[in-house]
Design a protein. Sequence first.
Length: 475
Amino acid sequence: MALLVLCAGILMIILDGTIVNVALPSIQSDLGFTQSSLAWVVNAYLIAFGGLLLLAGRLGDLIGRKRLVVIGLAVFTGASLVCGLSGSPEMLIAARFVQGVGGALSSAVALGMIVTMFPDAREQARAFGVYSFVASAGASIGLLAGGILTQAISWHWIFFVNGPIGIAAAVLSARLLQTDRGVGLGKGADVAGAILVTAALMLGVYTIVETTQYGWTSLHTLGFGAVSVVLLAGFIARQATASNPLLPLRIFRSRDVSGANLIQFLLIAGMLGFFFLSSLYLRRVVGLDPLHIGLAFLPVAVSIGVLSLGWSARLTMRFGARRLLTPALITIAVGLGLLMRLPVHSTYAIDLLPGMLLLGVGAGLTFPALATLAMSGATESDSGLASGLLNTTAQVGGALGLAVMATVAASKTESLLAAGQSLPNALTGGFRLVFGISAALIVAGIVLALTWLRESESERSSASEELEAGDEDAA
């Protein structure tokens, strides 16, 4: 029950990342947003969420993860109600920023709580499967929910629905989640490090999301990007010398932790670009409305759910997370490869569905395996930090991937239009190029999985024993 309550709160937060996208045209016309300012409905949330995840993960270890989850849910729910009541662009953007703060506080420590709630390896693998389904399928579910609420009622209700869900999740979390004391602020109250990393991540995410307006080579992008890098370098130097560092650099000595975070970065960069731009393809080329776009992505969510909830734990226990990761990533790469052939006049069942199903199957196996590897070396005192780190790489990878993919697609479309292509052909050409780049990012993740994540002798013998036991059970 504690796991279900935790995941219900996380699902609410993850849904919010995509449910707003469908409602943006209605929000723009209702509140009078300009085209450039409309992006801040999404960007304000991303900057706060991505910038605070690492700090929130460490705070959970210091003051108690349960306390942070409840505080985060309360902040997120209150901000959601303000979003729904917003009567001006400024009010909505400010409330979205506070929403991002609450989302970061409650979601950063979720994986760390799972590690402590389920010490048994088999149960932990199943719990990671449930969490991974919520985290990965939430994006496509958000598109469907956003379409239904926006068309059936109004855009205000994409925020109002968070009220009863958030209140119930906060109350049940306070009652059902195991209370943990935390190690105390004195064990890692690195104020200077906290300021440096939060400023670096927020400024970095801001720089990335604003490239769609300023471009990659502008003085604005290069200047703010350089400041972000300098702040991050200062944070790393501080962690190497601080007596109680916010992020002990020893965590990166684990090949599992560093490898899983790098692969997560590449995976999210590739897949978020796919979700966003394939939504544009279905809207601008195929001509689907928001509700039918959400339904088009439903097979992805279903296949992720079947694999995450039904098979990932069994396969992880039998073959090991490392052995499972490579074929899972290959499945995603093949799915994206099929979508590179997308025609202008497509048939959903023939041209889109096979690739989407492969993406869902691959993601349903990949995310639990990455969570297992990233949390494998986490101790009681730093599991929140490890959880926050994995979420941070996902958010930064998603923001960077989406910004790069959107720029590349727009550039390719413009060049095809200049060459005399029709608008549908030019748009499709840009989308196909992006799907190819997404596949290349997944291939890079496969290379990392094969070269960086190497099994030890003890792990190989353990996997062999699992295989033999499974064969005996089957016989």
